[in-house]
Every structure is written in structure tokens, then in C-alpha cells.
Design a protein around this ligand. Structure first.
Ligand code: CTP
Length: 398
């Protein structure tokens, strides 16, 4: 995973070197971005040597190299899209004020505005600056936007005063970064098979039947499981989503292809999560040539597809099976029915009628239905958080 580490101009800037080393031990690829004043405290070369990456020190490249200028002028957008997290440590009162007010006048402040990745700041400053109402207000505004703050420690400060303002310990910062990224080791050594996305069933060479699944829930599950240490086989119908790094990705199109891929790979997988929105029906007689418009009505005959989850359920063994149910009514009855019919261990049901649940949304509202009769309703959460809750429950069952 890739993170950008913003280093700003405070005495604690030297501690960022140790931080880089610890972040790399967590297998994170660190791109350091330094403000101009940070370079008064520590040389970019230190970070370049530690990370093996070029350190970004300015917004625009040298003025006499026009093509480089164009590249560096849009580099913040490229970095913004590439990173999984932006960490600023140490964060001065000045950078917090810039972030809070949305002023983008250098690379780091522009990166903050341009990235959709989560942001963690670890402030360090003089105690009076830390306690100043301006700083407090800026922090409140940042927190309200979801920025995570690793509070500074109390102690002896470089300015000679004693109080809060000392950069939090490297471990506290690394722990927070790991928590935000969902890095855990509780699925180390496990292999998880996840299906995702819709399937497509051909009507003729140019037309097909499909559904509105975006694949986001299945991809979030794959991503979360990888971050927790699992080896993930992701069998995916057509989606526009980037393949999670580290996933063993198997693209498929039809239900039959998905069934084949699942059956081929499920034998030695203990955990199978069927998040795909598999077509329940397909054209009984797909046409080899493009169908032509006729005079009257056209009736398309459909036949049922094989139920992949139910098939796995019939030869379940010690395998742990998780299915999904997307419902528009009678959520509980339908979910319980699927749990029994498909011999699943858990059905993740969502009510498509609720805002913030279902297709193409970045959030989901689901209830986990378990074989022992328990029902675990979850609040509206990001699909990544829902994925982690599902994995927590799987671990409890495994
Ligand atoms: N599933 C499957 N193979 C199919 C159809 C569905 O493996 N041919 C899986 C899905 O991946 C999902 C669960 O079964 O985990 C959904 O069950 P399904 O009975 O198809 O429910 P829906 O299609 O959501 O709803 P309905 O009951 O209305 O058919």
C-alpha cells in the first residue's frame, strides 16, 4: 500500500526519519512530501535514501524545463489518486490552518485538497500554539471532515517550555495509520475466495442480460481481507473497479464461467464469500447472429442458471460459506430462507429500498443473519467497514 508522508517545518521533523523506517517495516510504500520550511530542519536526501523514492519538495519543477513543469504541475493529482492514506507528521499549526481553510499554495496543501484518501495528522508545536483557540478551531474543523488527529504528548518541548505539543510517539502514529488502513494480521495464512460484480448472459452477439451490481462490496471485501493478511482469490464479473493489489484476480463474464472458476478454486478454500450478483436466469437459446427487429412482440425464453452457492452448500464439508441477499421486501424471511436453502453459514442482507444501501453506493446498510438464529444489524457504514465487520464475524465462526 502507498502512503504520502507530509513533513512540515518543526523541530520534530527529524523524527519523521524514524517514522519512515517503521512505516516501511509495515510494508508501506512511502512517498515523502516536504514543505519548504521542513527542508530547513532536515535534508530531503535523508528521506530519499530511506524510502528509495524521490522526495517531492516543490509544486513546480525548475522553470527552464517546460515539459517537466507540465508534469510536476499535475503530479499532485497523480499522487493524490495513487495513495491509500495521507499522513502529516509532524504537522505544524500553520499546516493545520492551511488544511482547515482549504488554502492550496504548495504541493502538500494541494495534495490534501486533491486526495480522497483518508488523512491522519500528528501535530507538534509549542504548548501555547497548541492551546491557542485558532489551533483548536482548526482541529475541530478538520475532525469534522474526518481527519484523524494523533494527539501530541505532554513533556519537555524544544522551545524550553513544558506541556502538550510534543510529537506523539512513532508507535502511536504507526498504530493509528495501521488502524485507518485496516492493517491487521488476523487473517494471516488464510485463503479466501470472493466473488464480485454482476454476470452477463448473452441474448445474441451484441445484447446481454445483466443487473446493476457495481462490484464495490465484493472488491471491498477482497481489499479488507488482503489488508488483514489473507490470500484472496477474487472471481469477478465485469466491473470498472481497479483490481485490489495482491489479489489473485479471475475475470469472468457469465454465470457458467463464474461457476467453473469457483468450482475449480473452491476445493482447498475454507472461506467462500459469494458477493456477486449472479444472474438467476439466462436466455434459453442465445442467438449466434444478431437478432433483427420483427413486426410484433418478442418473447425471450429464459432458463434458470445453476445456483453456485447452493451447489457449494450441498458439498459443504468444513467450508465456511457466506452469501448475500439483496432484497426490496421481506428482508428477514428471504434472508433466513436463503440461509437454510443454500446451507450457508451467514447471509448478508441489504434492503435496497433504504437510502445508502445497495448498488453502486459507497455505503451499505446490512444485517448479518447467522445459522444459530442471531441477527446482527449494522448501521450505515462505508463498504470497506462493512467488509471488515463481515470478516470479524467470519473469524468468530471459523
Ligand atoms: N447466487 C449464486 N448463484 C446463482 C444465484 C445466486 O451463487 N445462480 C448467490 C449470490 O452470489 C448470493 C446469493 O446466492 O450470494 C443470492 O441468492 P439469490 O437466491 O440469487 O438471491 P437474489 O438473486 O438476491 O434474490 P431472489 O431471492 O429474489 O432470487
Amino acid at each position: 500500500m502507498k502512503i504520502a508522508l507530509g513533513v512540515t517545518g518543526g523541530v520534530a521533523a527529524y523524527k519523521a526519519a524514524e517514522l519512515v523506517r517503521r512505516l516501511e517495516q509495515e510494508k508501506l510504500d512511502v512517498q515523502v512530501v516536504m514543505t519548504r520550511s521542513a527542508q530547513e530542519f532536515i535534508a530531503p536526501l535523508t528521506f530519499a535514501a530511506l524510502t528509495g523514492n524521490k522526495v517531492i519538495t516543490e509544486m513546480f519543477g525548475s522553470l527552464d524545463a517546460a515539459p517537466a513543469n507540465v508534469e510536476s504541475a499535475i503530479e499532485h493529482i497523480a499522487v493524490a489518486g495513487r495513495i491509500d492514506l495521507l499522513l502529516v507528521a509532524p504537522a505544524t499549526a500553520d499546516i493545520l490552518a492551511h488544511f482547515a481553510s482549504g488554502i492550496a499554495d504548495d504541493f502538500l496543501t494541494t495534495l490534501y485538497l486533491a486526495t480522497k484518501a483518508p488523512v491522519v495528522v500528528a501535530p507538534a508545536m509549542n504548548v501555547n500554539m497548541w492551546e491557542h483557540p485558532a489551533t483548536r478551531e482548526n482541529l475541530e474543523r478538520l475532525r469534522a471532515r474526518g481527519v484523524q488527529v494523533v494527539e501530541p504528548d505532554e513533556g519537555y518541548l524544544a522551545c524550553g517550555m513544558t506541556g502538550a505539543g510534543r510529537l506523539a510517539s512513532t508507535e502511536a502514529i504507526v498504530q493509528r495509520v495501521s488502524a485507518v488502513l485496516g492493517l491487521r494480521h488476523d487473517l494471516d495464512g488464510q485463503t479466501i475466495l470472493v466473488t464480485a460484480g454482476p454476470t452477463r448472459e448473452d441474448v445474441d452477439p451484441v445484447r446481454f442480460l445483466t443487473n446493476r451490481s457495481s462490484g464495490k462490496m465484493g472488491y471491498a471485501l477482497a481489499e479488507a481481507a488482503i489488508r488483514r493478511g489473507a490470500h484472496v482469490v477474487l472471481i469477478s464479473g465485469p466491473t470498472d473497479l481497479p483490481v485490489p493489489e495482491g489479489a489473485d484476480w479471475v475475470p469472468v463474464r457469465t454465470t457458467e464461467e463464474m461457476r467453473h472458476a469457483v468450482r475449480e478454486r473452491a476445493s482447498d478454500r475454507k472461506i467462500v464469500i459469494m458477493a456477486a450478483a449472479v444472474s438467476d436466469y439466462r436466455p434459453a437459446a442465445p442467438q449466434a447472429q444478431k437478432m433483427k427487429r420483427g413486426g410484433g412482440r418478442l418473447v425471450l425464453e429464459l432458463e434458470p442458471t445453476p445456483d453456485i452457492l447452493a451447489e457449494l452448500g450441498r458439498e459443504k464439508g468444513s467450508r465456511l460459506l457466506v452469501g448475500f441477499a439483496a432484497e426490496t421486501e421481506h428482508v428477514r424471511e428471504n434472508a433466513r430462507g436463503k440461509l437454510a436453502r443454500k446451507h450457508a453459514d451467514m447471509i448478508v442482507a441489504n434492503d435496497l429500498t433504504q437510502p445508502g444501501a445497495g448498488f453502486d453506493s459507497d455505503t451499505n446498510i446490512v444485517t448479518l443473519f447467522l445459522r444459530d438464529g442471531r441477527e446482527i444489524p449494522l448501521p450505515r457504514l462505508s463498504k470497506f467497514e462493512v467488509a471488515n465487520r463481515i470478516l470479524d464475524q467470519i473469524l468468530a465462526l471459523a
